[in-house]
Write a protein of this length. Structure first.
Length: 432
C-alpha cells in the first residue's frame, strides 16, 4: 500500500476514533504508532513511544504550560475574578448594557492572569450571570456575553494555546504572548462596541444598572491592585527581556501564590485544590501533546505536510486564497474538536504551507488563535457554550447560541482586520 493511501486511512481512522469519543491524545498516539509500525518497523514504533513520552515530560520549555495553569488556578481560587467584575461594574454598570460591558472588561483582566478560555467562561458564569439576571438582562444576552468574554482567555497573554503553538513551531513564546496584546485589546473594544450598538438598536432590551459613587469607584479600584501587579510583573518582565516565557510562568505562579497568601485568600485546602486542578489539566494537555508528536512521526514518514504544501501552493488562488481555505478548515474543525487539540493536530501540517507562502509565523499564530477562539463559540459544538450550560443548568443550549451570534459577527470582522493589517500583531514583538 502506498504512503498516500496509508495517510488517508490514518486520518479516517483518527476521526472515527474521535467520533467514538476516544480521547484526542490517545487517538493520535494510536494512529501515529500504528501507521509508523506499518510503514517503517514495529519495534522502532514502540521505542519512539517511550522516547517521546520521556522527552516531552522532562523538557524544560514545556514547563511553561503547567506553571501558567498553576498561576491561573491560584488567581481563580483567591477571588481575583470577583474583584475585577466589581471594579468594572463600578465604572460602567450604570450604562445601558453596562453589566455586559463590565463582564467583558473583567473577562479581559482575568484572561491576563489565567490563560484559559474554559476557566474564564466557567468563572464568570458564576460571577457575572447572577448579577445580570438580577437586573433583568435576558438569558440569551447574559450567556452570550460570558461565552464571548471567555474566548479572551486564549488571546490575551499568558495563553496556553500560544505557548503550545510556539513550542510546536519553534517560535519565541514570549514574542507570541506580546503579539496577542493589541489584538486582545481590539477584541475587548469590539465586544464592548457590539454591546453598545445592541443597547442603542434595542433600547428596551438591555437595562441600566445603579450608578456608583466616587468613593465606591475608588474602593473598587483598590481591590484590583493584585491583578494589575501580577500582569505588569509577568508581561512587563517578558517585554523588557528580564526573563524567558518559562521563567515568566514560574514568576507568575509564585507571584499569584504569594499574593493569595498575603491577602489571606489561600487556605491549605485552597492550595491543595489548585495543585490538583493544575495536575489534572496538565496531564490532559501533555497526553494530547505526546499523542500529537507520535502522530507527527507518522506524518513525516508519509510526507503529508510536504505534499499538502505542494498541492495548496499549486492551486493558483494566491497566498491569501490559500490562507482563506485554511481558515475555513479551522472553522469546520471548530465544530468537532477542542481548541488545543485542533492546534496540536493541524499546525504541524499547515505550518510548512504558511512558511512557504511567506507569511510571518508570529502573525499566523495570532490569526490561528483568533480562529480557534471563534470555534469556541460557534455552532454546533462551541466548547464555551457547553461549559456555561454545565454551570447554568436552567438555560437552553439554543438560548446561548442565539445570544452569541452578534459576537460571532464581531469576531469575523476582527479576523478580517488582523489579516488586512498584520502590523497590529507584529508591532509590539518588533520592539522586543
Amino acid at each position: 500500500m502506498s504512503g498516500d493511501a496509508v495517510a488517508i486511512i490514518g486520518f479516517v481512522v483518527l476521526f472515527v476514533l474521535m467520533l467514538l469519543r476516544v480521547p484526542v491524545g490517545m487517538a493520535m498516539g494510536l494512529v501515529g504508532v500504528g501507521g509508523f509500525a506499518y510503514l517503517v518497523d514495529g519495534s522502532a514504533a514502540l521505542k519512539i513511544v517511550g522516547h517521546t513520552t520521556a522527552r516531552t515530560v522532562t523538557d524544560y520549555n514545556f514547563a511553561v504550560i503547567p506553571l501558567f495553569l498553576l498561576m491561573g488556578a491560584f488567581a481563580t481560587t483567591s477571588g481575583m475574578s470577583r474583584e475585577l467584575f466589581r471594579a468594572a461594574n463600578a465604572f460602567v454598570g450604570h450604562l445601558r448594557g453596562g453589566l455586559g460591558i463590565a463582564t467583558i472588561a473583567a473577562c479581559g483582566g482575568f484572561a491576563a492572569i489565567c490563560g484559559s478560555s474554559v476557566a474564564t467562561a466557567a468563572t464568570f458564569s458564576r460571577v457575572a450571570y447572577p448579577e445580570m439576571r438580577r437586573f433583568g438582562y435576558p438569558q440569551s444576552f447574559a450567556t452570550g456575553v460570558i461565552a464571548a468574554g471567555g474566548t479572551l482567555g486564549i488571546m490575551i497573554p499568558p495563553s496556553t494555546v500560544f505557548a503550545v503553538y510556539g513550542l510546536i513551531t519553534e517560535q519565541d513564546v514570549g514574542k507570541l504572548f506580546i503579539a496577542g496584546v493589541i489584538p486582545g485589546i481590539l477584541a475587548i473594544s469590539m465586544y464592548m462596541m457590539t454591546i453598545t450598538l445592541i443597547g442603542f438598536a434595542r433600547p428596551g432590551f438591555l437595562p441600566s444598572g445603579q450608578r456608583s459613587s466616587f468613593d465606591e469607584r475608588i474602593a473598587a479600584l483598590r481591590d484590583v491592585w493584585a491583578t494589575l501587579l501580577l500582569f505588569a510583573f509577568v508581561i512587563g518582565g517578558l517585554y523588557g527581556g528580564l526573563f524567558t516565557a518559562t521563567e515568566a510562568a514560574g514568576a507568575g505562579a509564585g507571584g499569584a501564590f504569594l499574593i493569595g497568601l498575603a491577602r489571606g485568600r489561600l487556605s491549605r485546602a485552597d492550595i491543595l485544590r489548585s495543585l490538583l486542578e493544575t495536575t489534572r489539566t496538565t496531564a490532559a494537555v501533555f497526553t494530547v501533546l505526546i499523542g500529537a508528536i507520535l502522530f507527527g512521526y507518522f506524518l513525516t514518514v508519509t510526507q503529508t505536510p510536504q505534499k499538502l504544501t505542494e498541492f495548496l501552493t499549486g492551486l493558483g488562488v494566491g497566498r491569501y486564497g490559500v490562507l482563506a481555505l485554511i481558515m475555513v478548515m479551522y472553522l469546520i474543525l471548530g465544530c468537532l474538536m477542542d481548541a488545543l487539540a485542533m492546534i496540536i493536530l493541524t499546525v504541524p501540517i499547515v505550518f510548512p504551507v504558511i512558511v512557504a507562502l511567506g507569511f510571518d509565523p508570529i502573525w499566523f499564530g495570532v490569526i490561528i488563535v483568533m480562529t480557534v477562539e471563534l470555534g469556541l463559540i460557534h455552532p454546533p459544538v462551541g466548547m464555551n457554550i457547553f461549559v456555561i450550560k454545565s454551570v447554568i443548568e436552567d438555560v437552553k443550549i439554543s438560548t446561548i447560541f442565539y445570544g452569541v451570534i452578534p459576537f460571532i459577527v464581531t469576531d469575523l470582522i476582527r479576523l478580517v482586520i488582523l489579516i488586512a493589517f498584520p502590523i497590529l500583531a507584529l508591532w509590539l514583538p518588533s520592539h522586543m
